[in-house]
Design a protein around this ligand. Structure first.
Ligand SMILES: *[C@@H]1O[C@H](CO)[C@@H](O)[C@H](O)[C@H]1NC(C)=O
Ligand SMILES: *[C@@H]1O[C@H](CO)[C@@H](O)[C@H](O)[C@H]1NC(C)=O
Ligand SMILES: *[C@@H]1O[C@H](CO)[C@@H](O)[C@H](O)[C@H]1NC(C)=O
Ligand SMILES: *[C@@H]1O[C@H](CO)[C@@H](O)[C@H](O)[C@H]1NC(C)=O
Ligand SMILES: *[C@@H]1O[C@H](CO)[C@@H](O)[C@H](O)[C@H]1NC(C)=O
Ligand SMILES: *[C@@H]1O[C@H](CO)[C@@H](O)[C@H](O)[C@H]1NC(C)=O
Ligand SMILES: *[C@@H]1O[C@H](CO)[C@@H](O)[C@H](O)[C@H]1NC(C)=O
Ligand SMILES: *[C@@H]1O[C@H](CO)[C@@H](O)[C@H](O)[C@H]1NC(C)=O
Ligand SMILES: *[C@@H]1O[C@H](CO)[C@@H](O)[C@H](O)[C@H]1NC(C)=O
Ligand SMILES: *[C@@H]1O[C@H](CO)[C@@H](O)[C@H](O)[C@H]1NC(C)=O
Ligand SMILES: *[C@@H]1O[C@H](CO)[C@@H](O)[C@H](O)[C@H]1NC(C)=O
Ligand SMILES: *[C@@H]1O[C@H](CO)[C@@H](O)[C@H](O)[C@H]1NC(C)=O
Ligand SMILES: [Cu+2]
Length: 574
């Protein structure tokens, strides 16, 4: 059926429903021709009170979290973003591949310049292979703390979930609340070179919940009917911490990660990194009562972090006396690497006939990237980081600096001097990366570099964590692709012994992976999406410090394997 033949604006849909009698469900039209959706977001300052503190916050449509986008697999959504705020902003559609369409990917000054106050830009978000849960978020300064929301991608009509149809579903977004203004917070930290102030609370669907100050009575509540099974779409929109999550007295079953199905995992807790999403089945099979749903940080470095926890309440329907102290889930300690690994190493692609995998077996392009937290020397030890230095971070010892004209425009328009094309495919020094590191790698160089990849290459990237600065688990995220996580391990990657441990049969297909502290992670993908694609740590302070780079996949031989022409009204750079 012709794409777009029955498209209409979401706001008009209720009205159309009344007149035309279309089947309509929560913003989604149940008609196979209705595969184009229109949304409109207004970004604006809105007041919120949490932890007894009122502040003005930059949000989408005055909501925190922002609106949910509903589509089916293979649909396209046009999203007009109007900026009524005080400063420029961009939006990223996290985990959506956007075939040939980097123009709508969103990272600030990588694929576009910011949407200036008083102006708008319409993103064309093209869904292809994704199915399950993804999310969208601001991708400029630290606006994503407050500007984010869920993307729900249902199976195509005529196809079903690879598990029994859940009775109902619920988006759960983990986020971070800062009593102060997040833009001031990161601007101040950038000026001094020190650690940004940690958040004051975590939140589930915008509510810190028990036991946070003034939050006991405002917890998010999930009402469930005894015996029914619910699909929870969990998103980690937290800025700087990975999270453990669980529900008191209930096991949960994880069935998808990052918009791809996995073999079901029954567990009492999960670990989810910033950027990741998980689809989880919950069966209300315990005594009718209240139970806490909670999340606590997983943070395995010595840097400052928010050690608090957040909760919501699972509330069974029926007649009973609510408990005074509902049970709270037992979650692992913040530094418990074993607990994190015990969950993450169980994840396998579903790899069924309906949801097959296609893992590159013969690699044509190998890249090794060290992932480090560093320092930049400051004259007279005048900065706010360790030893009076400036905190920094790097990939292959290059700390990324953002240009003021986007990479994509510069690449497409052949502008020189915006970026260099020599991001190296191996670390500049080989040393005992995870051992007692010397000083030669503590101080990175600073640059704006991209790495070019030919269309169609089978790519393998080895992320090698290092013990420089502050070793820690880094959730690396690549735009424009999902990829197979074929192996992880501790210590230095060994190109003879490590590949023997690879899973080349059913590895998870994801867009964000935690590179273990003082360890390595290896990913594989086919470079079949021409474009300019950002790759970075999804811990926001590391991304701000320069733990980023750009992969450019060159055009293939035909129009259908080339970057599409730019859309009208791209924000201008200035
Ligand atoms: C919003 O919050 C600020 C404090 O950050 C306060 O000064 C202002 O009066 C509030 N505005 C409204 C409309 O409540
Ligand atoms: C969006 O901006 C264009 C100019 O680029 C303008 O013509 C249009 O009216 C704006 N639309 C909205 C909804 O603000
Ligand atoms: C709770 O908030 C009040 C008002 O802001 C503050 O005075 C108090 O110190 C806070 N208590 C805790 C435990 O954070
Ligand atoms: C929240 O409730 C718990 C017990 O349910 C209590 O211990 C705690 O003091 C309460 N906190 C506040 C801020 O009311
Ligand atoms: C959760 O799973 C564990 C391990 O399979 C099992 O021992 C436990 O009884 C289960 N708990 C519930 C509440 O189903
Ligand atoms: C949790 O970790 C902290 C250090 O991060 C440690 O002091 C504490 O004893 C640990 N608690 C448990 C129960 O293991
Ligand atoms: C991790 O799994 C191993 C093997 O099953 C077990 O011995 C260990 O206790 C687990 N650790 C944690 C923290 O769950
Ligand atoms: C690297 O350093 C670690 C930790 O100090 C040590 O255990 C390991 O043996 C070293 N490896 C090599 C090859 O020197
Ligand atoms: C690193 O540099 C510091 C100060 O320049 C020096 O004191 C220290 O010995 C050096 N360490 C190594 C391992 O080179
Ligand atoms: C494996 O590592 C060794 C030593 O670091 C290096 O000389 C060799 O070229 C590597 N082989 C491959 C296939 O990358
Ligand atoms: C490829 O695209 C260009 C520019 O959009 C167009 O001029 C040309 O006709 C296209 N070629 C084919 C074979 O579609
Ligand atoms: C991005 O570019 C704009 C100019 O187009 C500039 O104002 C802004 O500071 C740049 N952002 C960053 C993070 O450098
Ligand atoms: Cu990181």
């Amino acid at each position: 059926m012709e794409k777009g033949s029955c498209s209409m604006g979401v706001k008009k849909m209720g009205l159309m429903l009344a007149f035309l009698g279309f089947l309509f469900f929560d913003g989604l039209l149940l008609c196979s021709a209705y595969n184009v959706h229109h949304y409109s977001f207004i970004l604006k300052e809105t007041n919120f009170t949490r932890l007894c503190t009122e502040k003005s916050m930059f949000t989408a449509d005055g909501k925190w979290p922002g609106p949910t986008i509903h589509v089916r697999k293979g649909d396209t959504a046009f999203i007009n973003v109007h900026n009524d705020g005080d400063y420029g902003v961009t939006i990223h559609w996290h985990g959506v591949r956007q075939p040939r369409n980097p123009w709508s990917d969103g990272p600030e000054n990588i694929t576009q310049c910011p949407i200036k106050p008083g102006t708008n830009f319409t993103y064309e978000v093209i869904f292809s292979t994704e199915e399950g849960t993804l999310w969208w978020h601001a991708h400029s300064d630290w606006s994503r703390a407050t500007i984010h929301g869920a993307i729900v991608i249902l199976p195509k009509l005529g196809t079903t979930y690879p598990f029994p149809e859940p009775y109902a579903e619920q988006v759960l977004i983990l986020a971070e609340w800062f009593n102060g203004d997040v833009k001031e917070l990161i601007d101040d930290a950038t000026e001094t070179g020190g650690d940004p102030t940690p958040s004051d609370a975590y939140a589930i669907n915008g509510q810190p919940g028990f036991p946070n100050n003034c939050s006991n009575d405002t917890s998010f509540r999930l009402s469930v009917q005894p015996g029914k099974t619910y699909l929870l779409r969990l998103i980690n929109a937290v800025m700087n911490e990975e999270m453990f999550f669980g529900i008191a007295k209930h096991n949960i079953t994880v069935v998808a990660q990052d918009g791809a199905y996995i073999k079901p995992i029954s567990t009492s807790y999960i670990m989810i990194t910033p950027g990741q999403t998980m689809d989880i089945l919950l069966t209300a099979n315990q005594a009718a009562s209240y139970y806490y749903i909670a999340a606590t940080p997983f943070f395995d470095s010595g840097a400052p972090f928010d050690s608090s926890n957040t909760s919501a309440i699972l509330e069974y329907t029926g007649t009973y006396t609510p408990p005074i102290s509902p049970p709270y889930p037992t979650l692992p300690n913040a530094t418990d690497k074993d607990a994190a690994d015990n969950f993450t190493t169980r994840i396998r692609s579903l790899a069924s006939p309906e949801h097959p995998v296609d893992i590159p077996q013969t690699i044509t392009k190998r890249i090794t990237i060290t992932v480090s937290v560093n320092q930049i020397l400051c004259a007279n030890a005048s900065c706010g980081g360790p030893d009076g230095n400036r905190l920094a971070a790097s990939l292959n010892n290059i700390s990324f600096s953002t240009p003021s004209i986007d990479f994509l425009q510069a690449y497409y328009g052949n502008l020189s001097s915006v970026f260099d094309r020599d991001f190296p495919d191996r670390p500049p020094y080989v040393f005992n990366f995870t051992g007692d590191v010397g000083n030669n790698t503590l101080y990175p160089s600073v640059g704006r570099k991209a790495h070019l990849i030919k269309y169609g290459e089978s790519v393998e990237i080895v992320f090698q964590g290092t013990n420089i600065g502050n070793a820690e688990n880094h959730p690396m995220h690549l735009h424009g692709f999902s990829f197979y996580l074929v192996g992880t391990g501790y210590g230095n990657f060994d190109n003879v012994t490590s590949p023997k441990t690879f899973n080349l049969k059913d590895p998870p297909e994801v867009n964000t992976i935690g590179v273990p502290k003082n360890g390595w992670a290896v990913i594989r993908f086919v470079a079949d999406n021409p474009g300019v694609w950002f790759m970075h740590c999804h811990l926001e302070r590391h991304a701000s410090w320069g733990m980023d780079t750009v992969l450019i996949v060159e055009n293939g031989p035909t129009n259908e394997t080339s970057i599409r022409p730019p859309p009208p009204n791209l924000p201008t750079c200035s």
